[in-house]
Write a new protein. Structure first.
Length: 201
């Protein structure tokens, strides 16, 4: 099973190194990292270039892309996801730090269940210095034991029609699911080919 990590950045110099180090410390390294920078004005791009050299030395494929102008995180992620080739694709925020076994454990779930399309986790919420705040993500979102029971019983769709408890930074998705729901994955378009967002209301 080929694993891709899609990382989007914007002026993330302060936090980025810790996240990049956590990717390199995974017990199951990704096969591919797609990093798309949204026209950062700080040292983010230099850090991505240094990471790419280290990651390639470990056998990972790394593709770096730099937007000429800022397009916003939604369009940046959409275009970056369209470049990923993995059977399973992990979304990655620039200011997180991953548990060393994250990829290994989540990839194993996909391998064990061919019908699994999307998997998400809880997360420890930390402050700007990386200290745990004492609250985890699902608790902060007021997710109930009943909500989790619905998910584990295979009724996640019903639950998600009522409320959202899935955040992008905790998600891995099967590559063919993304291809089915996003024309960019099928057509190979880039940010410049994306339609303009609707006007604000």
């Amino acid at each position: 099973m080929r694993v891709s990590v899609v990382l989007c950045t914007y002026n993330g110099e302060r936090f980025l190194d810790a996240q990049l180090d956590s990717l390199l410390a995974q017990t199951r390294l990704p096969d591919e990292v797609i990093a798309s920078d949204d026209a950062s004005s700080d040292g983010t791009w230099t850090r991505l270039q240094a990471f790419a050299e280290r990651a390639r030395g470990l056998g990972m494929a790394v593709e770096l892309h730099r937007n000429q102008a800022n397009v916003g995180y939604v369009r940046n992620f959409e275009a970056a996801l369209g470049r990923a080739s993995g059977d399973v694709v992990f979304l990655c925020d620039q200011d997180d730090v991953w548990n060393p076994a994250k990829i290994e454990r989540m990839a194993a779930r996909f391998a064990d269940d061919p019908g699994l399309g999307l998997l998400h986790t809880d997360a420890r919420l930390v402050d700007a210095e990386g200290r745990h705040t004492g609250v985890d993500l699902l608790r902060a979102l007021e997710v109930t034991p009943g909500d989790l029971a619905m998910e584990h019983a295979g009724r996640a769709f019903d639950l998600l029609m009522r409320r959202n408890l899935v955040t992008g930074a905790t998600v891995a998705i099967r590559g063919n699911c993304w291809a089915a729901c996003c024309p960019c994955r099928r057509d190979g378009c880039t940010t410049s080919g994306l339609p303009s967002p609707p006007p604000p209301r």
